[in-house]
Design a protein. Structure first.
Length: 497
C-alpha cells in the first residue's frame, strides 16, 4: 500500500483560499481522470466538501506523487501552485488512513461529530467507482471509512459533541437564543435544492417557521423539495417554489435566508440585499486585508503545523482582517451562507439590520466549541481501525502469492499423478484415487503451516517483504501472481456493501 493524500481544509487554509479552490462536479471528474493519467498514480478519489478538498491516490513514488498531486490540484482549482502549496497538507500510508477515518468520524469537521461527511465520503467513492479510478485500495479504504464512521456514531456519544452545519449555523444566527423560539413565525427563503439546502429547509420547518420559499436554478428540483416538505406526517409548513429570477423580490418578504448552491459567482450581492431592505450601500467602504503569517511551504511539515494549531491562528487572523463588523441596529434579515464558494456577498454584513453567518464565521465559532468526552473514545476507535486496516492490507498483499504457490503445488501433484498412470497402467480407479488423495494431503500439510505463518507475519508492520521471499524461494512466475491479483480486483462483488 502506498496511499497518499494531498489536500487543504478549514484547518489549514483561510476560507478565501478554499473558496477559490473549490471544485465543481465536472472538474472533480476531470481531476480524477488526469490523476490516473499521471505516472505516479494507479488509483484516485477526490473528497470535495464545503470545507475541504482532498485528493487520494495509490502512488508508486512518494515525492513524485506529492509533486504531481499538488500540481493537479492547483491546475484544476485555478489557484496558482505557489499560492496553494503553503496551505496543502500531506499524509502517507497509515497516516493517510488515520486522516480519512478521523474525517469519517467527524473529528476533523468544522463542527465536531457532524454526520453529513459520511454521505460526502460515499459520494466520493461512488464517483471513483463510476469513473473506474478507484481500484482495490481505495475501494477498501473508503468502504472501511464509512464503516468506521458509522461505528463511531453508534458506539459513542460523538453525536452529542456535534451537530449538522445547518443547525450550528442557525444557532449562530439566533445569537444564543433558542433556535425554535427564534425561528417561530419567520418567513424563510432557501436558495438551492441540494442536500444541504434540503436539510436547511427541513430544519427550519421543524423549528416552526411560518413559510419556506425554495428557489433553485432547476425549477423541478425546487418543486420536488416543496413536495417533500408537504408530505403527510411532515411539519405542515407552508412552502412554495419560485424561479431564481424571483429571489430579489422574495428578499423583501424574508426574515431569514439560507443559501447553498453550486454557483461559481455570488447569488446575493450586497446591493441586492440593501435594495430589498431599502438601504443605501457604499461599495467603496471596504475593510483592508491585513497581512498574515504564511504556513510552512514544505508539505512534509504541514501536518504538524496543522496539528499544532498554527493553522487556526492564521485562520483567525484572516477572519479578523477580512470580515467587517456586523451592521448596527435590530436584525431585520438573517443570512446563512453554507456554500463554497460563497453565495452571499460578505459586504452584506455591514448593512444595518443584517446578520450574516457564513462558512468562515462558522469555522471561527466552532474552534471555541467544547469537545465531548466521547471524542477520546472515537480516537481510540480510529486508532484500532487504522491498525486493523493496515494489517488486512498487508495480509491481502501476500494472498496472490500464496494462491500462486498452491496453484503451482497442485500442478506438480497433477503432473506426478499423470506420470504414475503411465508407469502403473494397471491401477484401478479406487487405487488411483487413494494415491492421488494421499499425495495431495502430504502437499497440503507441508504447505499449511508455512502459508498460515507467512500470512500472520505479512500482516505485521514491515511484513511486505514476505511475498517477495516466497516468490524467490519457490521461483513463482510473476505473471501467475499478477493474474491472481487481477482476478481479485475484477471480482464484481468486490467493494459492495
Amino acid at each position: 500500500m502506498s496511499l497518499l493524500v494531498v489536500g487543504l481544509s478549514h484547518r489549514s487554509a483561510p476560507v478565501s483560499v478554499l473558496e477559490r479552490a473549490s471544485l465543481a462536479a465536472e472538474t472533480q471528474a476531470k481531476l480524477l481522470q488526469d490523476t490516473l493519467a499521471a505516472e505516479p498514480a494507479v488509483e484516485a478519489a477526490v473528497l470535495a466538501t464545503c470545507n475541504r478538498i482532498e485528493l487520494y491516490a495509490d502512488v508508486d513514488k512518494f515525492h513524485a506523487g506529492v509533486a504531481e498531486l499538488s500540481t493537479l490540484l492547483a491546475q484544476h482549482s485555478g489557484v496558482g501552485l505557489d499560492e496553494l502549496t503553503p496551505y496543502l497538507y500531506v499524509h502517507y500510508e497509515d497516516r493517510a488512513v488515520h486522516h480519512l477515518f478521523s474525517v469519517a468520524c467527524g473529528l476533523d469537521s468544522m463542527v465536531v461529530g457532524e454526520g453529513q461527511i459520511l454521505g460526502q465520503i460515499k459520494d466520493a467513492l461512488a464517483l471513483g467507482q463510476e469513473l473506474h479510478t478507484a481500484g482495490r485500495l481505495l475501494n477498501d479504504l473508503f468502504q472501511q471509512a464509512l464503516r468506521v464512521g458509522k461505528r463511531a456514531h453508534s458506539e459513542t456519544g460523538i453525536d452529542r459533541a456535534g451537530q449538522s452545519l445547518v443547525t450550528f449555523g442557525l444557532e449562530q444566527l439566533a445569537a444564543g437564543a433558542d433556535v425554535a423560539g427564534w425561528a417561530r413565525g419567520k418567513r424563510a427563503l432557501v436558495i438551492g435544492a441540494g442536500s444541504m439546502s434540503s436539510l436547511a429547509a427541513a430544519t427550519l420547518a421543524r423549528a416552526g417557521v411560518a413559510e419556506i420559499v425554495v428557489a433553485n436554478r432547476t425549477r423541478a428540483r425546487a418543486d420536488r423539495l416543496v413536495e417533500i416538505l408537504h408530505q403527510p406526517g411532515g411539519t405542515g409548513v407552508a412552502a412554495r417554489a419560485v424561479e431564481m429570477a424571483a429571489v430579489t423580490g422574495e428578499l423583501t418578504r424574508a426574515d431569514v435566508v439560507v443559501s447553498c448552491t453550486g454557483a461559481t459567482g455570488l447569488v446575493l450581492t450586497a446591493e441586492a440585499v440593501a435594495g430589498a431592505l431599502g438601504l443605501a450601500f457604499d461599495p467603496a467602504s471596504e475593510v483592508p486585508v491585513a497581512s498574515v503569517p504564511a504556513p510552512p511551504a514544505d508539505p512534509d511539515r504541514h501536518a504538524a503545523w496543522v496539528e499544532n494549531g498554527a493553522a487556526g491562528t492564521v485562520r483567525q487572523a484572516v477572519r479578523r482582517a477580512t470580515v467587517p463588523a456586523q451592521g448596527a441596529g435590530p436584525v431585520r434579515l438573517a443570512l446563512l451562507d453554507l456554500a463554497m464558494p460563497r453565495d452571499i456577498d460578505g459586504a452584506t454584513a455591514r448593512l444595518d439590520g443584517v446578520r450574516l453567518v457564513d462558512i468562515e464565521s462558522l469555522a471561527e465559532a466552532s474552534a471555541d466549541a467544547p469537545m465531548a468526552a466521547d471524542v477520546d473514545q472515537v480516537r481510540t476507535i480510529v486508532a484500532d481501525e487504522v491498525a486493523a486496516f493496515g494489517a488486512a492490507q498487508r495480509a491481502a498483499h501476500i494472498t496472490p502469492t500464496v494462491v500462486a504457490l498452491r496453484t503451482m503445488a497442485a500442478g506438480v501433484v497433477a503432473g506426478e499423478i499423470a506420470r504414475l498412470d503411465g508407469r502403473l497402467p494397471d491401477l484401478d480407479e479406487k487405487q488411483r484415487a487413494e494415491i492421488s488423495q494421499t499425495v495431495r494431503r502430504v502437499v497440503d500439510k507441508l504447505l499449511h503451516a508455512p502459508t498460515v505463518r507467512v500470512k500472520q507475519l505479512a500482516s505485521e508492520p514491515g511484513g511486505a517483504g514476505y511475498a517477495d521471499a516466497l516468490r524467490e524461494l519457490f521461483d513463482l512466475d510473476p505473471q501467475t501472481v499478477a493474474a491472481v491479483s487481477r482476478a481479485d480486483l475484477n471480482d464484481p462483488n468486490r467493494g459492495r456493501s
